[in-house]
Design a protein around this ligand. Structure first.
Ligand code: ZN
Length: 319
């Protein structure tokens, strides 16, 4: 059985800490380097529900994409307004669970978070959206560009994306002509509205990311294609958990470690419900109305009845 430090050394080869942004907080948050590791849980967020799952399944190591503490703290006391983070620290240490964060280093890695997203969407990856100049092979970097296996309309692509990504309360938001052809797609797991200039320069038909805000999205749409597909932040990064678990499985096999790896299906997107119009308007849409421009039948758009079950009642795999 490997020690935590042995496992961490291997994971650092997958997501080297030096690939992380300077503002980021990646690496080991808690855990004894000499403790033995037999079971590892992968998740997007280091939140209470995920820690409870790690304890429940007997994990020795929890690997999350998002940092627990992105900025400095002077206390890990489990009380007060930020006491939920201190509670996470206490529950992890109290139950012998180490926490490792792989955030922007996993975004930039090869393969990285956006590779997992692109593959989940069925895209054939052609390269990074923002190549890492330090990678002569041209595989590392932010975001990915890929191609669909066959020409699709935006409505078809969006429908497939909604099925391919894990289900969340909010589903997908779409901007663009539903009948526009989609063959080339840029993706960026997590918040991607800082990459519009690179997406436009790439000349793709559609851009899949999360957390798109009104003004950047509005300006991007006014400037013309590409179409926008805005998914739940958690859903765009969750596919990385499966990719990461498979990578650690391969490492474990190579070393004869017999590690047990798990992926959390806990939906930790903060949005828990989606209120939508359930009766289609009988009068034609008027320009400027809230419904204008939304294609009927595209999952997750206003005007489409939302039949998404509550995440807490969902059973089985999220795909
Ligand atoms: Zn994220």
């Amino acid at each position: 059985m490997p020690t935590l430090s042995e496992v961490l050394a291997e994971l650092d080869t997958l997501w080297p800490a030096e690939l992380a942004e300077s503002w980021d907080a990646v690496g080991l948050v808690c855990g004894e380097p000499e403790a033995e590791v037999s079971r590892v849980l992968f998740a997007v967020d280091p939140v209470r529900e995920v820690v409870e799952e790690a304890v429940r399944i007997g994990a020795d190591l929890l690997v999350t994409h998002h940092p627990l503490y992105l900025r400095g703290t002077t206390t890990v006391a489990p009380v007060g307004p930020a006491g939920f983070k201190g509670r996470v620290v206490h529950d992890l240490i109290g139950n012998g669970v180490a926490l490792l964060v792989a955030h922007t280093n996993a975004d930039r890695a090869d393969p990285g978070v956006s590779d997992a997203l692109a593959e989940a969407l069925g895209l054939r990856i052609t390269g990074p959206l923002v190549p890492d100049p330090a990678d002569p092979a041209g595989h590392r970097g932010l975001g990915r560009i890929g191609e669909t296996a066959a020409p699709l309309t935006l409505a078809e692509f969006a429908r497939r994306a909604a099925e391919a990504l894990p289900r969340t309360a909010t589903g997908l938001r779409i901007a663009g002509d539903p009948q526009a052809p989609v063959r080339t797609v840029a993706v960026c797991g997590g918040s991607g509205d800082s990459l519009f200039a690179q997406v436009r320069a790439a000349g793709v038909d559609a851009y899949v990311t999360a957390d798109l805000r009104h003004h950047p999205a509005s300006e991007a749409q006014q400037a013309g294609p590409p179409a926008l597909v805005d998914a739940a932040h958690w859903a765009t990064e969750w596919p990385w958990c499966e990719q990461a678990a498979a990578q650690l499985d391969a490492i474990s096999d190579r070393h004869g470690w017999a590690l047990r790896t798990h992926v959390s299906y806990e939906v930790t997107d903060p949005w828990t419900a989606h209120a939508a119009h359930t009766v289609a308007p009988e009068t034609p849409e008027t320009p400027g109305s809230p419904e204008a421009g939304n294609a009927p039948g595209i999952p997750g758009t206003p005007g489409t009845p939302d039949t998404t079950p509550s995440p807490s009642t969902r059973t089985g795999a999220p795909r």
